[in-house]
Design a protein around this ligand. Structure first.
Ligand code: ATP
Ligand code: MG
Length: 419
């Protein structure tokens, strides 16, 4: 049996290592076995950092988490009904679950859960590379539990499901398979790909929230377009919305988005807006509904048709900077960023870039308070003056606070003259 105790000791930061060792001892004292499972075991073999620790106990996870908090301090959030608990201490966090077996009544539904052994628990997992465990039991520390050939698939760079019904049971695994394949530079194992293509249409049964979550995880990857491209090839992207495309156009826009955002990662809503950019108004509505988008993501998506309209004016009209500003000011930032990458007209693109890099930050130096002190009455007039000052700044006709004051005094005098 392979023992990777040394590897774990070198891989985990010392505080985390101590924590899982203590947890293993506490479990053993109760006659229960504790294991490290899932992504961290995979990433440990691959030498990729991963501090998201998932533990499985053949016993009682909430009780173990509380016992750990008792001896080490820290907080526990437990869900006894699900047999899960999260232990937190400062930056450190452990997810502990009670080993379980799962059966699926119908595709896409939530599974029926029963307590089980570590082997049962590994069998409910998505892919062999995610279905390995390492013992944290003091007497067997570091022993690899690998009943489904995960290590050999890791070595051969394969993503393999554990059984024929896997994608039917949980079609979100289709997205997960693609995500791991593209992130790790692996391939779907031959039979798994046949099953995936066979079951891809099962995705219609998955709730919008779960699908959106998978898409968000894809968009959170370093190169999301790789997964989207692959998803289109196997027919998964079309399940989200028939006319979504991951073609060269999209690949180029995604990499430009990364260039434009420099050292930081592009916002996932920017990727989303680019992905949805070529949908028409009806399709966008359906897309928002199907994936149950809310918050800023929904606002960005709903903004696309109106913004496309504004782009027509942006591409042709004689416009002062203040005119550019007013065409764009009520649109969502990430939709505008997407437009700047998506639009064909050079003039429109330059204007979008001007807005993003400069115009949107322009503000007059005088505030509403300042104007009141100068004798401007509260109300519509004050609002008008603030907007006009901003326009003058945008167009460069006013460049200093002193000139702003002069302008306000002139407007006040003109107002008096007119009555
Ligand atoms: P990542 O690095 O993307 O977080 P991960 O392997 O940690 O990868 P999680 O989504 O955090 O993935 O899930 C943790 C573990 O739970 C996985 O390794 C896998 O064993 C299991 N798992 C997660 N989602 C599913 C699923 N839909 N079906 C079966 N097993 C799953
Ligand atoms: Mg994880």
């Amino acid at each position: 049996m392979l023992n990777i105790g040394n590897k774990i000791e070198a891989y985990l930061p010392p505080e985390l290592l101590t924590l899982v060792k203590v947890a293993g001892e506490l479990a053993a004292a109760k006659g229960q076995r504790l294991y490290l499972v899932g992504g961290v075991v995979r990433d440990l073999f691959l030498g990729r950092p991963n501090l998201d620790l998932d533990l499985v106990v053949e016993g009682d996870a909430p009780a173990l988490a509380r016992a750990l908090a008792k001896v080490r301090g820290g907080e526990v959030v437990a869900h006894p009904r699900f047999g899960t608990a999260t232990f937190r201490q400062g930056e450190l966090s452990l997810d502990i679950v009670t080993a379980r077996s799962e059966t699926y009544a119908e595709p896409g539904a939530l599974p029926v859960v029963k307590p089980g052994t570590i082997k049962d628990d590994l069998l409910r997992r998505d892919f062999s590379i995610n279905a390995m465990a390492v013992s944290l039991e003091p007497a067997k520390f570091g022993e690899l539990v690998d009943p489904y050939g995960g290590k050999s698939d890791l070595d051969r760079h394969l993503v393999r499901v554990l059984h024929q019904r896997s994608f039917k049971d949980d079609p979100t695994r289709i997205w997960r398979a693609i995500r791991y394949e593209q992130r790790l530079g692996f391939r779907l194992e031959f039979d798994s790909e046949v099953l995936l293509r066979r079951d891809v249409a099962m995705m219609w049964r998955v709730s919008g929230d779960r699908l959106r979550h998978e898409l968000e995880r894809i968009l959170g990857e370093k190169y999301p377009e790789k997964s989207l491209y692959r998803a289109e090839r196997v027919g998964a992207l079309q399940q989200l919305m028939l006319s979504l495309k991951a073609d060269n156009w999209l690949l180029e826009r995604f990499s430009q988005a990364r260039l434009a955002s420099g050292a930081s990662k592009p916002a996932s809503n920017l990727y989303l807006a680019l992905l949805a950019w070529r949908l028409d108004g009806e399709e966008l509505k359906m897309f928002v509904e199907r994936l149950n988008f809310g918050g800023e993501a929904a606002r960005v998506l709903r903004d696309i048709p109106g913004l496309k309209q504004a782009l027509c004016d942006l591409a042709v009209r004689e416009l002062k900077p203040s005119g550019i500003y007013h065409l764009l000011e009520h649109h969502r930032l990430q939709a505008i960023q997407a437009a700047a990458l998506a639009v064909d007209s050079t003039l429109a693109r330059q204007r979008l870039e001007l807005y993003l890099s400069q115009l949107r930050f322009v503000a007059p130096s005088l505030t509403g308070d300042d104007l009141t002190k100068m004798g401007v009455p509260q109300g519509r007039k004050l609002g008008w003056m603030l907007r006009s000052l901003k326009d003058s700044r945008l167009d460069g006709t006013v460049k200093t606070r002193r000139r702003e004051r002069e302008l306000v005094r002139r407007w006040l005098a003109e107002g008096k003259r007119r009555g």
